[in-house]
Ligand binder design. Structure first.
Ligand SMILES: *[C@@H]1O[C@H](CO)[C@@H](O)[C@H](O)[C@H]1NC(C)=O
Ligand SMILES: *[C@@H]1O[C@H](CO)[C@@H](O)[C@H](O)[C@H]1NC(C)=O
Length: 458
């Protein structure tokens, strides 16, 4: 029975998330006018030119046929169709245009938008909303800094009304913008003492890779400044620069002025590891390549296509389930309004209103000078969505996967598109990770697999 076999399939949502560590294709400075849309998939120079890492990356040659066959989406004219749909290009541009007249932003260029996302309508309203009904007024939630002060605002896209929510002085600092992160990798090089320190360590400045490490507040002298500690690595002879840290060297950087505030260099006696024979990439392993005959490509067949359908870009329907799926700069992926129809029932039953990964906290717990501040909050400081990388067809997601693009706002509010950042596909639930077996004494196999219950059509 067809419907029976569905029981054994699970839909999986995958987002390529990445740590704070992958720095290729960063959107950097936005174009000057409101109408140009940055499309990072076209390798626009806005997305690739400004980081030090790009030029060192090997070019990956794709397997033939590994192209994504989804219809190209016209983001410029996209409209929201569900109350929870993310802001569109038109809406981002409208937010930016409304705010450009606001008193906080109209008289200086000293501001940045650290987050521009949909302010979701009230849960009660969303729960009652049905397809075909008009959407609620679209409102953007904005976290911005202007002249050194953080603000949380809402912008009503229907009435142009801007509401500044400063109920109390805000403490802490918002998520870094991509521009903050990229410029932190360059800024130390404008300091002569920094250059001198690097050269003294025997590292060629052309081989240098510096990254903003975790944010934090470490004492009075850091008050009222947006400071970050930067750590540097040598990229000489390796793509894995993390294995070649310039240990004990910490640069305290002011993210607003891009000035080096302090250099702590306590690790001069610690050698930088050599990269000899450490490249793990197959393309670099000539001996392996000569000796191993590569196995043939694997394809997982779905002769009748995928079992899910996607309505209006964001609504995933699969078997007796449905949910709304959208990208988010901070959380990466947000699943909302997850509902299921019980097999003996008619109505869709609510299972989860909203779900996402709230944080990934990585405290290294090492009190030494170069390590005590390494207490990553990947979602809050860097943004899972901002750091995500495009998914590679047939490498990250199988055939028949559905790919979703993301549209986020850069630091000045200009929207940019990154393609294929989320994919949806079916997967067997009988894979090894799920399998549970009884002991051989019972002879019972406790393993659910469609292969044992479906007749495979030849
Ligand atoms: C900025 O906005 C405020 C408040 O609307 C207004 O009083 C002021 O004249 C504006 N300044 C400029 C330079 O447009
Ligand atoms: C530091 O070195 C970089 C790379 O060689 C160079 O571009 C920069 O001008 C140097 N900075 C100073 C202050 O000399």
């Amino acid at each position: 029975m067809e419907s029976k076999s569905f029981r054994f399939l699970f839909s999986f949502i995958i987002i390529a998330f990445l740590l704070h560590h992958t720095w290729t294709h960063l959107p950097y400075a936005p174009p000057p006018d409101l109408t140009t849309l940055i499309d990072c998939a076209t390798n626009s120079h806005w997305c690739t030119s400004k980081n030090r890492f790009q030029s060192k990356q090997p070019t990956v040659t794709k397997e033939p046929g590994a192209t994504i066959s989804h219809r190209s989406r016209c983001h410029e004219s996209a409209v929201p169709r569900h109350p929870l749909d993310p802001l569109t290009v038109l809406e981002f541009n409208k937010v930016r245009s409304i705010l450009s007249f606001h008193a906080l932003f109209n008289s200086s260029n000293n501001y940045a938008f650290h987050s521009v996302v949909l302010e979701e309508p009230d849960k009660d309203l969303v729960r009652k909303w049905e397809k075909g009904q008009p959407l609620f007024p679209r409102i953007a939630s904005v976290v911005a800094r202007a002249n050194g002060v953080s603000h949380v605002l809402t912008v009503n896209l229907e009435t142009d009304e801007v509401n500044v929510r400063n109920t109390a002085p805000l403490t802490g600092y918002p998520t870094m913008t991509i521009e903050d992160m990229t410029s932190s990798s360059w800024a130390p090089l404008s300091d002569a003492e920094f250059n001198h320190t690097i050269i003294q360590r025997g590292v060629n400045l052309d081989d240098l890779a510096c990254l903003p490490i975790s944010l934090g507040w470490f004492g009075k002298k850091e008050e009222n400044r947006r400071l970050i500690k930067v750590q540097c690595y040598s990229m000489k002879d390796t793509a894995n620069f993390y294995m070649k840290p310039i240990e004990g060297l910490t640069v305290l950087l002011d993210m607003d002025t891009k000035e080096v505030v302090e250099i702590s260099d306590t690790g001069r006696s610690i050698p930088i590891p050599k990269a000899t024979n450490t490249d793990y990439r197959f393309s670099e392993q000539k001996k392996l390549q000569q000796e191993l005959k590569l196995i043939n490509p694997i394809s997982i067949e779905q002769p009748k296509g995928p079992s899910f359908i996607i309505e209006d870009e964001h609504l995933v329907k699969w078997a007796n389930w449905e949910f709304h799926l959208k990208p988010d700069p901070r959380a990466g992926v947000v699943i909302s309004r997850a509902k299921v129809r019980d097999l003996d029932g008619e109505v869709m039953r609510d299972v989860m209103y909203k779900g996402f990964t709230s944080e990934l906290f990585v405290p290294y717990m090492d009190p030494t000078d170069a390590w005590y501040f390494k207490t990553y909050m990947d979602a809050g400081a860097y943004g899972f969505g901002l750091q995500a990388m495009p998914l590679d067809s047939l490498n990250d997601c199988p055939r028949n996967a559905y790919y979703m693009d993301v549209v986020f706002a850069a630091g000045d509010g200009v929207p940019y598109v990154r393609s294929n950042m989320i994919c949806v596909f079916d997967r067997y639930a009988g894979d090894i990770g799920w399998r549970h077996a009884e002991s051989p004494i019972t002879g019972m196999e406790v393993r659910s697999s469609p292969l044992s219950s479906i007749k495979i059509e030849k």
